[in-house]
Design a protein around this ligand. Structure first.
Ligand SMILES: *[C@@H]1O[C@H](CO)[C@@H](O)[C@H](O)[C@H]1NC(C)=O
Ligand SMILES: *[C@@H]1O[C@H](CO)[C@@H](O)[C@H](O)[C@H]1NC(C)=O
Ligand SMILES: *[C@@H]1O[C@H](CO)[C@@H](O)[C@H](O)[C@H]1NC(C)=O
Length: 234
């Protein structure tokens, strides 16, 4: 058996580190494959969101605290997709300001509803965002995916935001509640717009973001500490 200070251990360690580096590079590259955007739209960073096949592309401007972004998610033409920021709390739909894209009835244009979700049964009133939107959204539906382009002022001028995204069906042209599948329940993530979640310009920082997201994701599922027998002790 090799002892810890043997060259074999060193080699093993180096290989493990190489594997991690390769994984980080792969994570950074995902979703950053050359993507077609509308003319005049390009982004410095992107990340594959962990569920629903969605990706987020963005450019963060530290001087004015805004982010130009594109949210892309696959969906049938009879469905809707949404992306937003929760200004109240992480890991929650209620309290989010969201952009919901859907195709108009007659296969026409894609419209974007900008609404604050008061509860998990929101009224979906247009124009109620609790975010500043210096450049109004536009959206497109191409090749089985919606893309929402918008510029937002990051709330509190903070680069870390509670992001949410979602996909669901339309019913009679109206936005119907999203499914309750595991993926639809896990579509939240704390994203740092500065350090990035993958991107064409950086490699290493994105890995840290991925790990942090993983932690907070699992953090969600951990049950609160149970104080067993607390009341029974003298
Ligand atoms: C946002 O914060 C940055 C520093 O992180 C600062 O330079 C900038 O002026 C702030 N912008 C606004 C709009 O408050
Ligand atoms: C919401 O209002 C904006 C204008 O403020 C408009 O451009 C947009 O089409 C509206 N969205 C819907 C779904 O009606
Ligand atoms: C924010 O600053 C960038 C350059 O740093 C500029 O291109 C962009 O237009 C600004 N956005 C707003 C909404 O002022």
């Amino acid at each position: 058996m090799a002892r810890r200070n043997d060259p074999a251990w060193f080699l093993f360690g180096a290989m493990v580190m190489l594997l991690f580096a390769a994984a980080a590079a792969a994570a950074a590259a995902q979703g950053c494959a050359p993507a077609n955007f509308q003319p005049g739209q390009s982004f410095q960073r992107c990340t594959d969101l962990p569920v629903l096949g969605a990706s987020l592309y963005w450019t963060y401007h530290p001087t004015n605290g805004t982010a130009d972004l594109a949210f892309r998610a696959p969906q049938s033409s009879s469905g809707w997709v949404a992306w937003g920021i929760n200004t109240e709390r992480p890991s929650s739909m209620a309290g989010s300001s969201v952009f919901i894209a859907s195709l108009d009835g007659n296969g026409g244009a894609v419209s974007v509803l900008m609404t604050y979700l008061e509860t998990t049964s929101p009224t979906l009133t247009n124009g109620t965002l609790k975010l500043d939107v210096p450049v109004a959204p536009v959206a497109e539906y191409t090749a089985g995916a919606y893309t929402i382009y918008v510029t937002v002022a990051l709330p509190g001028n903070s680069t870390q935001q509670n992001t949410v995204w979602q996909a669901g069906a339309l019913s009679g042209g109206q936005i119907a509640p999203h499914p309750m599948s595991v993926s639809n329940m896990q579509s939240t993530m704390v994203l740092d717009f500065l350090s990035g979640g993958g991107g064409t310009s950086t490699g290493a920082p994105s890995f840290e973001v991925h790990r942090r997201n993983l932690r907070s994701f699992w953090g969600l599922k951990r049950s609160p500490p149970v104080m067993k027998g607390y009341h029974m002790r003298p």
